[in-house]
Structures are given as C-alpha cells and as structure tokens.
Design a protein around this ligand. Structure first.
Ligand code: TYM
Length: 334
C-alpha cells in the first residue's frame, strides 16, 4: 500500500493557518489520491521539545484528534494516531540520528528561530527534532508528505537522510516528496503580515482559531492590519496585509485571487471585503464546529485512535526492526 504521511503538533488551539496549510489539503488529497492510504498523526513527541504543561498537552492532543475528523478526514482512508503511542517513532529517530550530521541540524531555520525564544535553555531534543520528523515519514515509506511552506527545509533533510541510508544499504527507504498547496501554504499573522500566523504568537489577535465563536472571527478580520489605500488588488510587497487576506479568501472559497479582485474592483473601501471574508470563514467553519462538539467526548474518537495506532504500529515496528538488522544490531538470526 502506498502511503501519504503528515502530522501537526498539539501546541495550542488550531488556527486557520494550520487548517489552510495542512488539514484542508489532507481532506482534498483523499479524493485526489484514491490509491494511497493516509497516516495522519498528532505529533506530541515533537510538542515536548519545548516545555509543555502536562494537563494542557493531554487536552490539546484530544482536541486535535477531534478537529482532524471534524474537518473531514475519513477514518476509512486515514489511520489517525498519536505519535507517542507508537514507540517505533522514538526508536527510529535514534537510528536516523546516527546518519544525521550536526552541521545539517545547525542549518535548520526553525531550530534557530525556536532556540532564540527559549528562556530556560534549549533542549537537545529541539536540536534533533528534524530527525524525529524524518523518522515519522520514513517509517511508513511515505511517497508524499503534505505540509505548509515552513516545513520545506525539514522535508529536504528527510530526503537527504533517506538517500544517505539508501546509498549505504541499497533501496531501503522511499524518498518522500513534499505536497505544498498552491494557495494557503503560508498564511500570515493578522496583526503583522510579515510573520507567519502561529500557535505560539503571544498576540492572540494575530490569529483565528477554528473553534472561535462567530462574532470573534468577524472582529479579528475587521481589525486585521491592512494599508490605507482602499482599492483591492494583490500586491504582496506593498500591500502584504491585504495580500494575506486575499490568500485566506481564495483558500476558503476556492476562487482564484484574480476573480476575487474582479468582484471587488469597484470597492471604495476594505469594509465590504472584510465583512464578506468574515462571513465566509464563519460559514466554512460552522459544520466543523458542529461535528467537533459531537466528537470530542465520543467513544467513536477513541476507537478511531485505537485503529490508527494498530495500523501504524504494525508498519513502524517492522520497518524499525529491518533497519536495526541492516545496521548489525542485536543477535544473528539462527
Ligand atoms: P506544525 O504543527 O507547526 O504545523 C502543522 C502544519 O501546518 C502548517 N502550517 C501552516 N501553513 C500555512 N500557514 C501557516 N501560518 C501555517 N502554520 C502551520 C505546517 O507547515 C504544517 O504542515 N514539524 C511539523 C509537524 C510534523 C510533521 C511530521 C509534518 C512532525 N512530524 C512529519 C509532516 C510529516 C510542525 O511542527 O508542524
């Protein structure tokens, strides 16, 4: 079976950046790749590379699981699981670290950015985070990995590690390809369109969460930073705030940016555009919120996670044992 693999860290509520850059894409790919099975997981081992409050982390793990299904992942097409429940991820991480160079890890821009923000020292797990991510992907011989633009560099490193091991042992790993959406791959903050919309931004006004109530969603869009020229056209360099809103509009509606520009060519201000965008987001998120409420405390959700764990464990354990054998670990077979 061919695999498509991806994950999200359970750190804070899911915002529309993560939704448009990844979850919405997973849902669309289910139809576009009918021959593939999906392994989608909650990257809780990644989350603890920086300090987390245990009770909050556990709550967020469950919330993310419910969000995935509420957004339209089909449990018949997708094995949804929690990363830490499949121990082979941590084992494979270690094996891959033996084929990952310090210099490669030092070059990772996400590490540099996150390390700068740590107040109490930088954990070595944050440094080796990309080899855990490579393990997540290579364990299942993923052919494709749908991610947002900010994960491009980690994917490149994953490909390099896979190629290095293949060079040594013959074709052992599938070398994965990233699948980055055309629109929505990099949604920016609503308060500073020069930085990515992020779960960890201390300014809560910078983002919209999928579970925010309708009035708040509209308010966030109304107060999103734009420029003072009132006409609506795409110019990323000179009008980055508006360009970001156009991306969000396009990704939620499926319309091209050109056709949205045309719809608003006679607008005298941003007001109507912003009101319409607020309405659009509210409308698109309503069924997700409703389904989330049904799922969050259901047996169904637990069952989906159990089945996901079983499928993932079977593949991951087998692949890890195979690599251990290649590396000469353990006893000779009798
Ligand atoms: P994470 O949890 O930061 O983000 C999850 C996914 O959402 C995308 N994303 C965005 N896309 C567009 N605009 C944004 N503002 C935005 N913010 C986040 C990310 O690109 C990502 O696809 N290391 C990963 C999680 C991970 C993973 C993996 C992904 C762990 N192992 C294996 C794929 C395969 C991360 O921290 O994503």
């Amino acid at each position: 079976m061919k695999h498509i693999v991806s994950g999200i860290q359970p750190t804070g509520s899911i915002n529309i950046g993560t939704y448009l850059g990844s979850i919405q894409n997973f849902v669309k790919l289910q139809d576009a790749y009918p021959d593939h099975h999906f392994l989608i997981f909650i990257a809780d081992l990644h989350a603890i590379t920086v300090s987390q409050k245990p009770e909050e982390l556990r709550k967020t793990i469950k919330e993310l699981a419910a969000i995935y299904i509420a957004c339209g992942l089909d449990p018949n097409r997708v094995s949804l699981f929690i990363q830490s429940e499949v121990p082979a991820h941590a084992q494979m991480n270690y094996l891959l670290q033996t084929h990952t160079y310090m210099g490669e890890l030092e070059r990772m821009t996400q590490f540099k950015e996150k390390a700068r923000k740590q107040e109490q020292g930088v954990s070595s797990a944050l440094f080796t985070y990309p080899s855990l991510m490579a393990a997540d992907i290579l364990l299942y011989d993923a052919e494709y990995v749908p991610v947002g633009d900010d994960q491009r560099q980690h994917l490149e490193l994953t490909r390099d590690i896979a190629a290095r091991i293949n060079n040594r042992f013959g074709e052992f790993f599938t070398v994965p390809k990233p699948l980055i959406p055309k629109v929505g791959a990099r949604i920016m903050s609503l308060t500073d369109p020069n930085v990515k919309m992020s779960k960890s931004d201390p300014n809560i006004k910078s983002r919209i969460h999928l579970l925010d109530d309708d009035a708040l969603i509209k308010k966030r869009i109304r107060s999103a930073v734009t420029d003072s020229e009132a006409s609506i056209y795409y110019d990323k360099d000179n009008k980055p705030g508006l360009a970001n809103l156009l991306h969000i509009y396009s990704a939620f509606s499926g319309k091209s940016i050109e056709s949205i520009e045309k719809d608003y060519e006679n607008a005298q201000s941003y007001q109507t555009f912003k009101e319409d965008l607020g309405e659009l987001i509210v409308h698109k998120l309503a069924p997700i919120k409703a389904r989330y409420k049904e799922l969050i405390n259901s047996k169904e959700l637990n069952q989906i996670l159990d089945e996901g764990r079983a499928y993932a464990s079977k593949h991951a354990t087998k692949k890890t044992l195979k690599l251990q054998r290649k590396l000469g670990l353990g006893r000779a077979r009798r």
